[in-house]
Ligand binder design. Structure first.
Ligand code: URP
Ligand code: ZN
Ligand code: ZN
Length: 459
């Protein structure tokens, strides 16, 4: 059935207009005032609300075997949480480890999502080792429509690559026109520092940040940028958390290196004092890179506002309290990660646009359009235009509420943002022209999501 969204204020990364949107066969076919529509058209009144392009989360973990356990969400639960919160596309990190066969890993991750996700999705293909067999497999995976790699400079002997492997990966990325995303922490320094912090008696979650200090992330970021510089490849630093790392990317950009930057909502809103909470409560807030000293936050926000930071993602990676308990008495065993996919858009709206002076167009850009452009999804995703997929968020800026484990759809037993006030939420979310969420509830069809195949563009 065709759909009309009328009377809303359409806001994209670079435009704003009051107009109606007509949708047929999953796509936007007309935008204008007082559109004539056939009888039987479903009509949504968006008066008093914004209409944004569906938001894109370019960094999530759904299926993730990690630190002796598995992240909690499935594509069913994670994608429902995503659309309720306004995210209509996500890019999952496909993360086989060094002992796995990369192609088998890719097929496994693809199979986990197929017919399960309620919204569209793609993958960044992790490269946990680089040898001739893996290289051949990566060529196949790129030909299958996966136009981005992921490297971990952290997690020694598990996901992490050494410098030789990093160089080989980036040379291949350059040849294939693929963008490479990177977790930038020096794995060796973390491995050396962790036992020393434990020896000092810092065994609880408060030991996590000092075991991977800002300098460790700055080194990884600088090294990644230097490898980009010497291969000509294009890169994207994921979950950048601190000023020295941001400075490393800005210095690299100033000398012409093609490096892009992502921050994640936990680093913008939570500082390391959350991970220092007593009685092991801090374990809820353990992720890597760690939550940092508060002085970093205004600088990260400024980066988002001015566009030095390209995207705001989540690094959604939920572990429940029982899983976190695996690290009681030894912080190095606390599974790293926290839930956020459902809350990102509302938190960025509230603490960015509503209360923090973030321009509404930059908000759309950072949470949707830039990711679409960087990762080969634009203009199918990331904008409101004739011919684009009808992934739309009718956003109610007058709704008031809070984040809470009681109301969330993420498959976890705590909210990292419990009690955080919200100044808005999606009233209606459409995925390819069908209503998928309304007023905080999932109302869509199971398994409608499709794998988005993307073309390389960074030659
Ligand atoms: O702590 C985190 N970030 N967990 C997920 C894995 C990763 O490094 O992105
Ligand atoms: Zn990471
Ligand atoms: Zn991640």
């Amino acid at each position: 059935m065709p759909l009309l969204i009328e009377n809303g204020e359409i806001v994209t990364a670079d435009s704003r207009q009051r107009a109606d949107i007509y949708i047929e066969d999953e796509q936007i076919t007309r935008i204008g005032r007082d559109l004539e529509v056939p009888p039987g058209t479903e009509v949504i009144d968006a008066a008093g609300k914004y209409v944004f392009p569906g938001f894109i989360d370019p960094h999530v973990h759904i299926h993730l075997p990690f630190m002796g356990t598995f992240a909690k969400d499935s594509h069913e639960t994670g994608s429902k949480a995503a659309v309720v919160g306004g995210t209509t596309t996500y890019i999952e990190m496909c993360c086989p480890n060094r002992n796995d066969d990369v192609l088998e890993g890719y097929q496994l991750w693809k199979g986990m999502a197929e017919g399960k996700s309620v919204c569209d999705y793609s993958f960044h293909m992790a490269v946990p080792k680089f040898d001739p067999k893996t290289e051949g497999q990566l060529r196949e995976i790129v030909a299958d429509g996966i136009a981005s790699f992921k490297v971990f400079l952290a997690y020694k002997n598990f996901f992490g690559v050494d410098d030789e492997e990093l160089y080989g990966t980036l040379r291949l990325a350059k040849e294939l026109g693929v963008i490479t995303t990177a977790h930038c922490e020096n794995a060796e320094l973390v491995a050396q520092l962790q036992p020393r912090i434990l020896e000092q008696g810092l065994t609880g979650p408060e030991g996590h940040e000092p075991s991977r200090p800002e300098s460790v992330e700055a080194e990884g970021t600088h090294r990644f940028a230097t490898f980009l510089e010497n291969t000509g490849a294009t890169g994207y630093v994921v979950h950048l958390s601190c000023i020295p790392a941001l400075n490393a990317t800005m210095a690299a950009k100033a000398r012409g290196v093609a490096v892009h930057v992502e921050v994640v909502i936990p680093h913008l809103l939570l500082d390391k004092s959350w991970a220092e909470r007593p009685d092991f409560e801090g374990a809820k807030y353990i992720m890597s890179p760690p939550l940092r000293d508060k002085r970093n936050q205004p600088v990260l926000w400024e980066g988002v506002k001015r566009g030095f930071v390209d995207t705001v993602a989540t690094d959604h990676c939920p572990f429940d309290l029982e899983q976190k308990d695996m690290g009681r008495g030894d912080f190095t065993k606390i599974p790293n990660g926290m839930p956020a996919i459902e809350d990102r858009v509302n938190l960025l709206w509230t603490y960015g646009v509503s209360r923090g002076g973030l321009d509404i167009h930059r908000f759309v850009d950072a949470a949707s359009t830039r990711a679409a452009r960087l990762f080969g999804l634009f203009p199918r995703k990331g904008t409101v235009a004739v011919g684009s997929d009808a992934d739309l968020v009718v956003y109610d800026p007058n709704w008031r509420g809070t984040c809470s484990v009681e109301t969330q759809h993420m498959n976890n037993d705590y909210s990292a943002f419990e009690g955080f006030e919200l100044d808005g939420r999606p009233a209606v979310v459409t995925v390819r022209g069908k209503v998928a969420a309304r007023d905080g509830a999932f109302v869509g069809e199971a398994g409608r999501g499709r794998l988005l195949r993307r073309q390389p563009a960074y030659f």
